[in-house]
Write a protein that binds this ligand. Structure first.
Ligand code: FAD
Length: 296
């Protein structure tokens, strides 16, 4: 027998899982059912992630700084988070200026020569020394005076798989391994049914809530369901994946080096449409007005 209201969560990546975790902790008596199709390429299946807090937008910097602080201080997160720093090599002075405008003091911009001075005059830790030596060797190889080098303190690496596994473990009984194919929308723009691959149909009542958190697959579900949204530029870009296979020798070499970003103005990617958009629909009222029925 179902309780008075049920929350359905579609997708248990970082967004769906956070919601499931939050509802379970704050309202343990609420009924929550999550569906996940276990997409291998989803972002949640990444092995490591990087947090950083410096962006060109002041608002984004503020939000990211708050998130970064949480990663470093909340005990159940911080044990998976290790501050690593990041070397940035770039000729994009406009971008650096925009980021520095959000900081109390601008970051120091190094050249090959200033790094040499730093290495000879200051007391750096062995790790910092190695990092700056590494940066200097890159600048030397590039041999381009327009490039400068910055040491960013903002980066941390997260042992993501382990962290997500720990959060997911106590919630497993609430997650059903199933692919949602179609959401059927009825009167008033409310979702009436959730259609699963294999033919199961989950009825959704007026008092229930549905949260769509399927990451890059969101657009596909909405399209299959013939659901439009008031968002003009809804576009979920695909998933990018790259594989690095490290030998023990490689691993020994890089283990204490910081993350490295090398980006020149020419190399900046430009997207004609917004690069990524995740939507979180926390209420069931999601249609643009007229009643629609999912159809495939
Ligand atoms: C390769 C990669 C690396 C990234 N690295 C970083 C990083 O270092 N730092 C950072 O901050 N961000 C990073 N991001 C971005 C960030 O990880 C994502 O924005 C975020 O994790 C997205 O979370 P999500 O819950 O929306 O989606 P996802 O994590 O993709 O989760 C979506 C979930 O929905 C499920 N699903 C999909 N379709 C269906 C369906 N039809 N029915 C049921 N379930 C379904 C999938 O199985 C999956 O579990 C990275 C992203 C990618 C792709």
């Amino acid at each position: 027998m179902r309780r008075s209201s049920t929350k359905f969560i579609i997708g248990t990546g970082v967004f769906g899982l956070s919601l499931l975790d939050h509802v379970t902790r704050t309202r343990p008596s609420d009924e929550v059912i999550a569906f996940d199709s276990g997409e291998k390429e989803s972002a949640v299946n990444d092995s490591y992630k990087i947090t950083r807090s410096l962006y060109t937008s002041a608002r984004r910097t503020e939000i990211a700084t708050g998130n970064h602080r949480k990663w470093m201080t909340i005990p159940r997160l911080s044990k998976y988070c290790e501050r690593i720093g990041r070397i940035e090599i770039t000729d994009d002075v406009d971008k650096l200026d925009a980021i520095d405008a959000n900081l109390p003091t601008p970051r120091e911009r190094h050249t090959e020569q200033s790094i040499e001075e730093l290495l000879s005059t200051q007391t750096l830790s062995a790790r910092e020394c190695r990092c700056f030596e590494f940066a200097a060797s890159l600048l030397k190889t590039a041999n381009d005076p327009s490039l400068c080098c910055l040491w960013n303190e903002d980066n941390a690496v997260i042992d993501w798989n382990l962290c997500i596994d720990e959060i997911r473990k106590p919630l497993r009984s609430k997650i059903r391994q199933a692919k949602v194919n179609i959401l059927v929308v009825g009167k008033g723009g409310l979702i009436r049914e959730i259609h699963l691959e294999g033919g199961d149909i989950i009825p959704v009542r007026e008092e229930d809530e549905v949260c769509l958190a399927a990451g890059a697959w969101t657009e596909e579900i909405l399209k299959n369901s013939v659901i439009t949204t008031p968002l003009k530029k809804l576009r979920c870009v695909g998933v990018f994946t790259f594989h690095l296979k490290l030998t023990d020798l490689h691993w020994d070499y890089i283990r204490d080096l910081p993350a490295l970003s090398f980006q020149t103005k020419d190399m900046n990617c430009r997207f004609s449409s917004p690069p990524a958009l995740k939507i979180l629909i926390s209420k069931r009222r999601i249609s643009t007005g007229s009643d629609k029925r999912g159809g495939g």
